[in-house]
Design a protein around this ligand. Structure first.
Ligand SMILES: [Zn+2]
Length: 293
């Protein structure tokens, strides 16, 4: 029961972050301030009332329409909030309460919410927050790409700062899977972050360089956005995870192409990256056993 309530509470925080990311993705490409203006209806300009601003529930209670002018509000806002909420909820069980049993090497004994949150186990909480941060950054990048905008370069600096913080811990517990046989044994985790980020970026920058002349502007923008997002994922998780995520990502992109032929709605490949990263975080241990080298 306590586990469920705590997970629900974390899921609610995730949904609120999803709500914030919706605003970030809308305002940053327009050069607007993220913080200072309250949310308002784009049609009639009325401010959204606090009770209607509740993640997911607000949209459901309004049945997707503005309370003042009745203009339809895209279900995308509620979907993003629900996706982030679900991610935080799932990650609470598979990572936070389980003693990180999802990772190739567990951090602690499975203790449930009582021992991991109420009597805080900081390593576990930091690990959870670290992966939640990664998912938030990827979701924001995905939403910006979905709107055919350029992901700001500041995302890389922000992610770089978080990764530097992660590497400041002496035991490098935020990098549970380290590449074997990297030259400098004592520097495994920093090497992993650097190689992961470079691998993630190069996987998209090389085609960008090769196709420079022939590709359309929208293709170039996508390759650039994808390079930023996968560099972030690689830096956060390390070399082997990003190679595995990349393989899953390609499968997801192909599956999405198949779906698009049927439904005709376009889903940004960066949102697929968000999904496969969540999948990889949740199933890290079995995936590491299945696809290892
Ligand atoms: Zn309105």
């Amino acid at each position: 029961m306590l586990d469920f309530v705590t997970a629900l509470w974390l899921g609610f925080i995730g949904a609120c972050i999803g709500s914030f990311l919706n605003v970030v993705a809308y305002r940053i490409p327009l050069g607007l301030s993220v913080v200072w203006k309250p949310s308002h209806c784009p049609k009639c300009g009325h401010n959204i009332r606090p009770r209607d601003n509740m993640p997911v529930l607000g949209w459901l209670l309004l049945r997707g329409r503005c309370r003042d002018c009745g203009a339809p509000i895209s279900p995308r806002y509620a979907i993003v909030e629900a996706a982030m909420g679900t991610a935080f909820f799932v990650l609470a069980y598979v990572e936070l309460f389980s003693g990180a049993a999802n990772l190739p090497a567990a951090l602690a004994d499975p203790a449930g919410a009582l021992d991991s949150v109420v009597f805080p186990n900081w390593e576990l909480i930091i690990l959870y927050a670290y992966h939640a941060t990664l998912l938030s950054l990827l979701m924001a990048a995905g939403l910006i790409d979905q709107d055919s905008q350029r992901v700001p370069r500041n995302f890389l600096f922000l992610a770089g700062a978080v990764v530097c913080g992660a590497l400041a811990s002496e035991s490098w517990f935020l990098y549970p899977e380290r590449t074997r046989n990297i030259l400098i044994n004592q520097w495994k985790a920093p090497c992993d972050a650097a190689f992961g980020a470079s691998w993630g970026a190069l996987a998209w920058l090389l085609p960008l360089a090769a196709l420079r002349r022939r590709s359309s502007d929208s293709m170039k923008r996508f390759l650039r956005n994808a390079a930023i997002a996968s560099a972030i994922a690689g830096g956060f998780l390390g070399l082997r995870p990003i190679v595995r995520i990349f393989a899953l990502w390609l499968v997801g992109i192909l599956a999405n192409r198949g779906l698009k032929a049927v439904s005709k709605s376009r889903l940004s490949p960066l949102l697929i990256l968000w999904g496969v990263t969540l999948l990889h975080l949740a199933c890290w241990r079995p995936l590491a056993r299945l696809l290892s080298w």
